[in-house]
Design a protein. Structure first.
Length: 225
């Protein structure tokens, strides 16, 4: 059965205090279930700001962000957090793993927020890690993992709740070319299996070309490419 999921950005403008020029200018974007979108742009172009606004971590100065027709900006912070936990996963350039917790414990964290049973959470985390080729690394701590393995754990943590969408901000930016390709391939395979949408912010054209749609963010505006 197809997922019913969509995010609509409508005429979004974002200004920061002290800056004359908006980071985002009257920007609109539709994201549908299972869609794979790349946002290309140089450092400082506003890619991360755009992802934060999509997730409700930041608010537009003007315009709206709708998730399944619900206006994210009208929600309380608690409801925004609940929405993110239900629908959205994040992968960043740095893995942001908790160093005092094992790989599987790190992956279980988003499930613990949902207060599911321990065994159910453990089995779900183990399942996702196995799909990413990390079934022999469940009890390893971040410092015992390679850079590519740490980033796979970060992807597993983002995917473990089976979110509708992953927002990925330069997810392989700290890896060498070979490991970046391997990790990104695993990421795409898992997203395809679970019909998860991806919005990828990157400056890497080779990664962007593997997505279904490409946009360039320049001067605060999105241009299809």
């Amino acid at each position: 059965m197809n997922k019913i999921f969509k995010i609509n950005l409508k005429n979004v403008t974002k200004r920061f205090d002290g800056l004359d020029t908006p980071v985002l200018k009257n920007l609109s974007l539709n994201i549908n279930a299972s869609e794979k979108i790349a946002i290309l742009g140089s450092s400082g172009s506003g890619k991360s700001t755009l992802l934060h606004i999509i997730a409700g971590l930041d608010s537009p100065t003007e315009g709206k962000v709708l998730l399944n027709e619900a206006d994210i900006g009208s929600l309380s912070e608690n409801n925004k957090s609940r929405l993110r936990n239900q629908h959205i996963g994040f992968v960043y350039q740095s893995h942001h793993l908790l160093r005092d917790f094992s790989a599987i414990e790190n992956v279980m964290m988003p499930l613990i927020v949902r207060r599911g049973g321990y065994l159910k959470n453990f089995n779900q985390a183990k399942k996702i890690l196995k799909k990413l080729g990390l079934d022999k690394r469940l009890n390893h701590f971040p410092h015992q993992l390679s850079g590519g393995e740490r980033q796979r754990v970060a992807i597993a943590r983002a995917m473990v709740t089976l979110p509708d969408i992953i927002l990925a901000d330069e997810p392989t930016g700290n890896l060498d070319h070979k490991n970046a390709n391997l990790v990104f391939e695993s990421f795409l395979e898992l997203a395809d299996e679970f019909k998860t949408a991806i919005v990828l912010a990157t400056h890497d054209l080779s990664l962007a070309r593997r997505m279904k749609k490409n946009y360039h963010l320049t001067s605060g505006k999105l241009k299809s490419s």
